[in-house]
Write a protein that binds this ligand. Structure first.
Ligand code: PMP
Length: 286
């Protein structure tokens, strides 16, 4: 296994970071997770645009051009054998001389860390045998800028752990009675043939997979609305899906203790999963 730290490739044990790094002291950093299939980075531009936006929102200098990011990601994929891997990349504000909430001035060099992780075969690859996931609803306890892909993931981690402790795989979050997103995913519902997902705002991360699902629905004539979803609409949905770059589109068949639909992945999910896989195969030469 090889990881990348500040310009060099090395074994994970050799990648050492100062405890003065603001990523460690303040969770002052931004990250991305980019899937690669067959060694080909999927929706790479979209991930980089989001990275640039996140960095700009917290005023961390982007240390690389898009071409440099691509080259480094591809090199790391090759160093780890290619195939189906996700690239995790993180940029922190860097190591300051003393611990101070305010940014170091003059600015210090950002720390860049990257690693790869294997991607499990997603449910969408075999829609006929997919079984679906369980989710629970929880209060969204996070901050007011969830659109920034920050490494400050303590609330997300606490929420996901609560879901796991309850025997579920994801927490679907509610703020003031409305669905925001999952602890690490976006949420879609389907009711009477119409698909819905919350609009992009400061309350959710603008998921790359979310955007692709919206695009695929439009392309293939599936009715989709970007609108607020109430807790009641979530509970009464015919289908619930959660989306993320590494899990793609996962059907949820149980919410809290209630069965969703007939307890099986629904027909709209199957249709969408088919389009998603076709799209992925075409782009990645699978
Ligand atoms: N929301 C949150 C809070 C997430 O952490 C993630 C995945 N990192 C997503 C949504 C899904 O985003 P994407 O499709 O870009 O992976």
């Amino acid at each position: 296994t090889q990881v990348y730290l500040n310009g060099a490739f090395m074994a994970p044990a050799d990648a050492t970071i100062s405890p003065m790094d603001r990523g460690f002291l303040f969770a002052d950093g931004i990250y991305e997770v980019i899937p690669a299939y067959n060694g080909v980075l999927f929706r790479f531009e979209e991930h980089l645009i989001r990275l640039e936006r996140s960095l700009a929102e917290v005023d961390i200098r982007n240390p690389h051009s898009r071409a440099q990011w691509r080259e480094r990601c591809e090199q790391l994929l090759r160093a780890n054998g290619g195939g189906n891997l996700s690239v995790y990349l993180q940029v922190t504000r860097g190591a300051a001389e003393k611990r101070d909430h305010a940014f170091p001035s003059p600015a210090v060099t950002p720390t860049v860390f990257m690693m790869t992780n294997p991607i499990a075969i997603p449910a969408a690859d075999s829609p006929e045998t997919a079984v679906g996931a369980r989710a629970i609803t929880l209060d969204d306890i996070r901050w007011a800028r969830c659109d920034i892909k920050s490494v400050s993931l303590l609330p997300n981690s606490l929420l996901r752990q609560q879901a796991v402790a309850a025997g579920a795989s994801e927490a679907i979050l509610l703020r003031d009675g409305f669905v925001t997103e999952g602890s690490a995913s976006n949420v879609f519902i389907a009711k009477a043939g119409t698909i819905a997902t919350p609009p992009k705002s400061h309350a959710i991360l603008g998921g790359i997979t979310r955007d692709l699902v919206v695009e695929l629905c439009h392309q293939h004539g599936l009715a989709l609305e970007e609108r607020e979803i109430t807790e009641m609409q979530l509970r009464q949905a015919d289908e619930i899906w959660i989306t993320s770059s590494t899990k793609e589109v996962v059907p949820v068949i149980q919410l809290n203790n209630a069965i969703i639909g007939n307890g099986m992945p629904g027909p709209l999910w199957k249709a969408l999963a088919h389009h998603y896989v076709q799209h992925k195969r075409r782009l990645c030469g699978l």
